[in-house]
Design a protein around this ligand. Sequence first.
Ligand code: 5AD
Ligand code: SF4
Length: 468
Amino acid sequence: MNKNLDISHEESLKQKRIMDKLSEQIKGKGLKYFVSTFGCQMNAHDSEKLKGILEQIGYVPATEEKDADFVIYNTCCVRENAELKVYGRLGALKNSKKRNPNMLIALCGCMMQQDTVIKEIKRAYRHVDILFGTHNLYKLAELIQTRLDTGKMVIDIWENYKEIVEDLPSIRKYKFKSSVNVMFGCNNFCTYCIVPYVRGRERSRKPEDIMNEIKELVEDGVKEITLLGQNVNSYGKSLDNPITFAELIQEIEKIDGLERIRFMTSHPKDLSDELIEVIGNSKKLCNHIHLPFQSGSTKVLKKMNRRYTKEQYLELVDKIKAVRKNVALTTDIIVGFPGETEEDFMDTIDVVKKVEFDNAFTFLYSVRTGTPAATMENQVPENVAKERFNRLLEVLDEIVHKKACDKVGSTYDVLVEQVNKQNNDLVSGRLESNHLVHFKGNEDLIGKIVPVNIIESKGYYLLGELAE
Ligand code: 5AD
Ligand code: SF4
């Protein structure tokens, strides 16, 4: 066993001991928790681990934040809006804490990795009890213990990660699908992005740890997994025994009982021919690739440090389309990056039209202090960026609707997720393309993969009927 593994194992045992001890104090009292997640899938998955720890020590879920005895915000700092939301909600929590003085409030995640945020919370939000970051969420039980022992605000922010601690409890949102981390952090330093500063350098989990986790999940009823990482295409490079992402997928594919594999996020510059081949041959990879292009202008891409051109992106898309018929493509797009001209923006529109994305996450550029783009010249005025943003949405709307309409008249496998909340006669599920479909059915179908005839498109969702 290498030294790192030793530390990780020790740490995991230590946390389990603390959870056991805390549960003697907390279990059976009906104390409730509420976790709010801001930001991306990585955070959503981290929150499942936080919930796992909280339930292990005896908290039970609250349906509303105001009823909770333990409130935790797992924060995001990718755009300013996400940060403002957290501050707004924190302000409101002051009153809840006045009503329930025993309430504990914890903040964690990406925002906490910034000194300015910690200073601001210490100054203006003294009602917060526990602060920790992205590298040590596995320590939640220990931090709660320290808070209860000392009665003081506990702050534990690490600048870098120490070890990957495996084998902690987790509460999955769905019984039949789950995310699995394959790597953490990012080395790309796109010039607009704060992630490399708050999530640290790239490190990959060992293939055997990933495989074991997936096998356990499958034994527990999981049919679909999403392999998560900021840049999954560079998975494995930092391991003692390097392995590629394509090789990892092929190994995972062998797991019996696992039916669907997804992954995100891919960086176009690292999406190898080897992976394209696997995308072409795989029986379990979903017919959907999320491939952020950010901007269609080669000049802007260079200033973003994305390390591909508009033409290279389009070539990559063609290669993927060539190996996978009707592959669904989704993307991330930033509008209003410093120096973006009307001509640059039209390149973005051009890529959207040429690729015909099934869906896209669109963002107005948001200045992130500490990133190179924050001090670049020619910041785009807000009104210009907003006007472009609206034009982009119009173009996208039309394409997204057209792609959804293309599904009508065909039959697709659908993983049924839940009974429809608005209409109990319907169930809702997802195609491999990730399109949402509602169709007549009951809760017995939940967690099953069934063929569905698509009969109508409503733009952002589909209507169908169970195929015989
Ligand atoms: N401003 C706007 N959008 C951003 N993203 C990352 N940083 C910024 C920023 N400063 C977007 C990118 C990325 C997604 C997760 O968030 O499109 O792919
Ligand atoms: Fe941010 Fe770029 Fe890394 Fe994605 S690849 S997390 S956009 S730095």
